[in-house]
Every structure is written in C-alpha cells, then in structure tokens.
Design a protein. Sequence first.
Length: 232
Amino acid sequence: MTNSRSKTINSWLFMAADDLDAIAEAAKAGPTVIVLDLEEFTAKEHKKLACEQFQQAEAICRQHKVACAIRIDTLSNGGAEQLFLLGKAKPYALFLPQVEAPEHLLLLSEEMAQCGLASTPIVPTIESHTGITNLEAIMASPVNILAALLGTGDLSKSLGLSEEPARMEILRPQREFFLATCIEHSIVAIDGPWPDLSESKNNKSDYETDLAFSYQSGFHSKCIIDIKQIPK
C-alpha cells in the first residue's frame, strides 16, 4: 500500500475524554476525528468532568480543524446521565456502544431529543454476534445515522476468536459484510482498530497490510487508538 493511498483512509482516534492537554496534543497530530471515549478509555470517576468540559475539548479540536465526537456508555449504565450532562454541547457525532437491535437507536434518539441533542448524528458500535445478525435492521433504523463502527475486539470475543492481532485477518468476512451493509444504506463504515501498539518491525508491517486491506476493500474510515496509527 502506497502512502498516497493510505491518506484516503480517514482516522477516527479514540482516546480518554478527561485530559484537555492530551486532547490538544492529539489534535495537533491531525486525525480526521477525535472520539472522546467515555466507555472504555475514561476512568469512571472522571466521566462527569469529561462531559462538563466537552465544549472546551471541542473548541480545542476545532482550533486544529479536527472534528470532535464522543462515545457515551450504554443508556442503562450511565449513558442517559451523560447525555444530560452534555447539555447544549455540539459533538460532531455521538457513539453508542453495544448496539444489537434497532430499538437501542430509537431509544437513544428519544433521549437525545430530550437533552437538546436531537440534531447530533448517531454512530452505533456493532460489537457482537447478535449485532452482526441484526445489522440490516440496525442500519435501516429511522434515526440520523452518520456512520457505524465495527468493534472488532469485542466482536472477536463474542465469536470465540483469538484476541491476538490475527483476529483482524480472521474477521475479514465480517468486516466485508459490515462494509457492504453500510454502503447499501449510505452510512460511513468505520473499520475496527489494529490492537497491537508495539514498535516491532513485524507489527508495523502487519498493521500496514491490514490498513491496505481496509482501503482495498472499500473502507474510507479507520478506528485508531494511538496517534502513531494515523495513516501517513
């Protein structure tokens, strides 16, 4: 894969939501979108602060011409309260984890409307066998879906697959199905992240190979978990 091709992959960088200095450094690195992740990357005791200072984080990102999105917890595990705390914030998009049925998105849309976030686009995270099985119905939901993320880590666990980076190779059929379904519904498909952040030569080569698969398959967006993974 050539460098010019890799630049066509938009990078969605997931990171902790509570550290404004780290957010500023990440924005300087130039990902396409920073996703402030309350679900996995932010400590429980810092989630309230992260919501309250989201507008500051969004302003930092905007200064560097980087879009700023947020992933909340599931609605039953704190996500409803997080929506309320976000108030009149204007995230680029709002991610919901563990989406397995269209009803999850309908309920989210109702909750968002009550919190002044009705116009914010939704990004469901598909990360289980059930979610893949119901993917067509989820993507056809009558809500404002901008994009969808394939959570390959949890999906591999749901399917009983290896947790090693090799899972990305094993999951190619699911990744291709996910992409095709998103395209059918004019939804941006965000490919799952490469999980290994080691600096070994072999790992870097394997990541580039996987990035090439994403591009050649038709993905134009990639979830990343470190600024080192931003396509150059």
